[in-house]
Design a protein around this ligand. Structure first.
Ligand code: AR6
Length: 170
């Protein structure tokens, strides 16, 4: 049984086995969660991201996929980088957003991560409406069985995000 928990706060302050990063395909950093993770986690994370770009992901990490690196100086063992879809009203990209959660949990399971912290992927710079982003997040992790992951913690940055997730968890 995997427990779902919600906390309001900064994902870079969490003590968990794996912290999920709302990255972009370049894996080379950005703003929002990504910027905060690289800032607090230090250069070891970027160094592994660069190595991934030089090897397996020469063309970048595709949207909806996930890959792990060290967590550097963060209070975690791994950062799992995933690339959310940019919201676009003219096309339903929900399957890609669901895939981020599913693939991140698959990678977490492979690593043996028992506690995993997620941000609300795509709901910042990538423009996904918060209520819908929360629905997809909660539905997907509930539908994804993991024999390894014991706690999935959604770390919500502000009250609006927290309320949206709370409404879904019930
Ligand atoms: N802890 C928890 N949640 C946070 C934090 C934090 N420290 N900082 C922001 N959020 P975003 P995206 C919330 O923009 O939409 C980057 O430049 C934020 O309020 O981080 O997937 C990447 O490099 C929002 O609700 O990710 C990509 O280019 C949620 O986390 C692009 O942004 C996600 O916001 C990805 O955009």
């Amino acid at each position: 049984m995997t427990t779902l928990t919600l906390v309001r706060g900064d994902i870079t302050r969490q003590r968990v086995d794996a912290i999920v990063n709302a990255a972009n395909s370049s894996l080379l950093g950005g703003g929002g969660v990504d910027g905060a993770i690289h800032r607090r986690g230090g250069p070891a994370i970027l160094q592994e991201c660069r190595a991934l770009r030089a090897s397996k992901y020469g063309r970048g990490l595709p949207t909806g996929r996930a890959v792990a690196t060290t967590a550097g100086a963060l209070d975690a063992r791994w950062v799992i980088h995933t690339v959310g879809p940019v919201y676009y009203a003219g096309e339903d990209r929900s399957a890609l957003l669901a895939s981020c959660y599913r693939e991140s949990l698959r990678v977490a399971g492979e690593l043996g991560a028992r506690t995993v912290a997620f941000p609300a992927i795509s709901t910042g710079v990538y423009g996904w409406p918060m209520d819908d982003g929360a629905r997809i997040a909660v539905e997907t992790v509930r539908d994804t069985e993991s024999p390894v992951v014991e706690e999935i913690r959604f770390v919500l940055f502000d009250e609006r995000a927290y309320a949206a997730f709370e409404a879904q968890v019930g």
